[in-house]
Design a protein around this ligand. Sequence first.
Ligand SMILES: Cc1ncc(C[n+]2csc(CCOP(=O)(O)OP(=O)(O)O)c2C)c(N)n1
Length: 251
Amino acid sequence: MQVFSVPKSIKQNSNFTFCSGCDHGVAIKLVAQTIDELNLQDETIAIASSGCSVLLYDFLDVDCLEAPHGRACAVATGVKRAHKAMGNNKFVFTYQGDGDFASIGLAESMHSALRGENITAICINNTNYGMTGGQLGPTTALGQITTTSPKGRNIEYHGFPIKTAEQIALCDGVSYSARVALYDIKNIINAKNSIKKAFEYQKKGLGFSFVEILSSCPTNWKLSPKKSHEKIKNELTNIYPLGVFKDINND
Ligand SMILES: Cc1ncc(C[n+]2csc(CCOP(=O)(O)OP(=O)(O)O)c2C)c(N)n1
């Protein structure tokens, strides 16, 4: 894996428009490296969602569409199927936030997985609604303070957070479901391997593949980038364990 070069499928000279310390940059670079390695640039259609993940199309040099909030998997389904009907074998993946994938879009996401749509979904889990100012989201941890849970998330009032990768793994149409993180080099390499496997499974026509990426949100967490990574390593991975929850080739 080339770690320091700019992937071919990253737009050259693009300015970094995420907050400092945000993991989106690393996630997008891993996606681009995988697209390069699998030689997918010309056949890829990326579906970006509402939220910080929409900025994907500022960086990724492939065909991109923006879906309405929560509808990325539904749009991806239509794009993939319509092209298939025309005899085009497009590579289609979504790039979504956790609010988009697992709250407003939960029905679209879950039913795409249940139907075994031959698409890949990547969910950036930063445990809040990042773009709109750090509100409580479906993955906000118990006790976590957000702008809409100033006393911390509590079970009685807000209910439990969703463990997306585990839930998606329960759907029969799923070929692969994993949760990864980006807080150190070892985990970045693991994340890259998971993205590659998810993409390869779509190429092999095995059904819905999914990667949840635990990501930092220093601005809304009100922590430094370094402390944000420590929070993921020491706190969030206890709530959201890293690992592969379904792999159709190893089940
Ligand atoms: C139908 C609809 N409802 C609400 C919004 C406002 N909105 C835009 S982004 C967003 C939150 C996104 O959170 P998440 O999906 O977790 O992504 P993040 O910004 O954290 O990456 C919301 C509520 C919208 N654009 N459309």
